[in-house]
Ligand binder design. Structure first.
Ligand code: COA
Length: 169
């Protein structure tokens, strides 16, 4: 059975990420969406919130495929892959500016676990300029995030904002 790990911070998951997950599920028998943390990032949503948002967003997709799992990890992605006996890590590339960061990560992962391959999947041009930080910025200024994220994520962003606003009063 072919399997792939698709790791990310997903803070929050966007329509671009969902598109990648669906496309991976057409290639692999099993797609493990891994919510991981990067020490370089400060997160708006907690780890558990990010997991729950993806789980809700893929419910529709899951009905069709049943091959997608959303899991949580606090370990190196390659160690998670080794533990689960998965040989492929997928990462999505949107523009050339993504390349340097992705190449460095793929190279480090190769040195840590030579048997694990990184597979790059091009983001659909429709979603090519969406990023989680862009979405967070639109939400922070109370803009409409529905073009960029699934409905449940848009609602969660609004809730975060109203909690923050209430805190300032
Ligand atoms: N659609 C929308 N956005 C996309 C995208 C797509 N198809 N592809 C990439 N992105 C964006 C994300 O929105 C995010 O944007 P932002 O930085 O502006 O918020 C950015 O690309 C990358 O985020 P993401 O894909 O969520 O991953 P990340 O770089 O934050 O996560 C981990 C990196 C979590 C995978 C990595 O830190 C990890 O594996 N951590 C565990 C520890 C580890 O193994 N580290 C690696 C050591 S070499």
């Amino acid at each position: 059975m072919s399997a792939v790990v698709y790791p990310g911070s997903f803070d929050p998951v966007t329509k671009g990420h969902i598109d990648v997950i669906v496309r991976l599920s057409a290639i692999f028998d099993r797609v493990v969406v891994l919510v991981a943390d990067s020490p370089r990032k400060n997160y708006l949503f907690s780890h558990d919130e990010r997991v729950a948002l993806i789980q809700q967003a893929i419910k529709q997709v899951k009905k069709r495929s049943g091959k997608i799992e959303v899991v949580s990890s606090k370990m190196l992605t390659v160690n998670f892959a080794i533990q689960k006996k998965i040989d492929v890590i997928a990462r999505s590339v949107r523009t050339v500016s993504d390349w340097e960061y992705e190449y460095a990560m793929a190279d480090a992962n190769k040195k840590l676990a030579p048997k694990i391959e990184t597979l790059f999947i091009m983001a659909d041009p429709t979603f090519g300029f969406i990023s989680s930080s862009l979405v967070r910025e639109v939400a922070a200024f109370e803009g409409d995030t529905t073009p960029f994220v699934p409905g449940n994520v848009s609602r969660a962003l609004k809730n975060k904002n109203s909690v923050k606003t209430r805190g300032k009063k």
